[in-house]
Write a protein that binds this ligand. Structure first.
Ligand SMILES: Nc1ncnc2c1ncn2[C@@H]1O[C@H](COP(=O)(O)OP(=O)(O)O)[C@@H](O)[C@H]1O
Ligand code: SF4
Ligand SMILES: [Mg+2]
Length: 325
């Protein structure tokens, strides 16, 4: 076993996830491997329908039928998350890792005020006195920039930005090592997005948790993430240091994404730099999955599937970087 200090916080190896549908298995995550270090901010980007949320749900072990992990390993701090029992998971989730979803409106209970929801979370996971819970809840709201008077507010009484902050407060309740965030700002207007993003980054620096942050908006992660993973059609097609990836994107899909930051709200808007849209994952194209849209497509791309090629510390799934070719 690798020593704790050097072991990545999260290690995913060859993870594949299927949705078992009437039309057959839809492989939404295909042989994804990645590592997240302690305190690292990993951005995951890609158009809608590329498997970003499915990847996050599988890491958090929150997949529900018809989705299932088909193969692969997920190691959290040396513990096997895939084979972990539900009772072990209950202990792990919240304390070791927590999840912030796109819409707090769906995640929060509409008939309980914020204080009651925090109290529920504390009661389920730790023995605290009522007074300790109140003090900790107030502290948590202050940490995310909400006046503690809002412990008495119901979700519908808060703005979208405040609801997301309340979700983040809950996610931090037990100071986890990893916070998994699925487009946490995407339901907000531009100003609220920006302010929430700054808050997330500040909290991450302060508390030192690692983050996997999913978005379809490249500009959002450009300043905040240490590394970026670019997903296309269920696969990671490029992964590397954010600054380098922005300075010199390598995979033709990354190049296209960079050229055409999708508008903040227009998730379904086609990318100006890349005509077409991601494939139906029930029937992905043969060869390189990006070949029908790729401006650099070559003969072999139609039939052969590229593996990862390493260049300057990045990994790129594209034959253009096959040094043997
Ligand atoms: N409930 C479902 N049933 C069947 N297929 C699904 C379901 N949810 C997602 N998928 C498939 O998984 C793919 C990836 O979805 P998702 O992980 O939500 O992508 P993203 O978060 O990148 O938009 C979709 O394109 C779709 O083919
Ligand atoms: S492998 Fe071929 S089709 Fe795929 S991204 Fe590279 S050049 Fe384009
Ligand atoms: Mg999604």
């Amino acid at each position: 076993m690798i020593a704790t200090a050097t072991r990545p916080l999260l290690e995913i190896k060859d993870l594949s996830v299927d949705y078992l549908t009437d039309r057959g298995a839809v492989r939404a995550v295909d042989r994804v491997s990645l590592e997240v270090q302690r305190g690292e901010f990993l951005g995951v980007v890609g158009e809608s329908g590329c498997g970003k949320s499915t990847l996050l749900y599988s890491i958090a072990r929150l997949l529900t039928p018809p989705a299932e992990i088909a193969s692969g390993d997920i190691w959290f701090d040396g513990h096997d998350l895939v084979s972990m029992s539900d009772s072990e998971l209950r202990h792990y989730r919240w304390k070791q890792y927590s999840v912030v979803m796109q819409s707090a409106m769906n995640a929060l209970n509409p008939v309980m005020n914020i204080g009651e929801q925090l109290r529920d979370a504390f009661d389920a996971h730790q023995r605290f006195t009522g007074r300790q819970i109140t003090a900790r809840s107030e502290e948590l709201l202050r940490i995310v920039g909400i006046d503690p008077v809002h412990l008495r507010s119901y979700p519908h009484q808060l703005s979208g930005g405040m609801r997301q902050r309340a979700m983040i407060a809950m996610a931090l309740a037990f100071t986890p090592e990893l916070v998994i965030m699925d487009e946490p700002t995407s339901a907000l207007d531009v100003v609220a997005q920006r302010s929430l993003m700054l808050k997330i980054k500040q909290l991450q620096r302060e508390f030192g948790f690692a983050t996997i942050f999913v978005t379809h908006d490249m500009s959002l992660v450009s300043h905040f993430s240490d590394r970026l993973a670019v997903m296309y059609a269920g696969q990671i097609v490029e992964i590397g240091e954010t600054a380098r990836l922005f300075a010199e994107p390598k995979h033709p899909y990354t190049v296209g994404l960079m050229r055409s930051f999708p508008s903040i709200r227009g998730e379904l808007q086609p990318l100006a730099g890349i005509p077409g849209s991601p494939p139906d994952l029930a029937r992905p194209p043969a060869g390189c999955r990006f070949h029908p849209r790729c401006p650099k497509v070559m003969d072999r791309c139609h039939m052969e599937e590229p593996e990862f090629y390493a260049e300057e510390g990045d990994l790129i799934r594209c034959f253009l970087f096959d040094s043997d070719a």
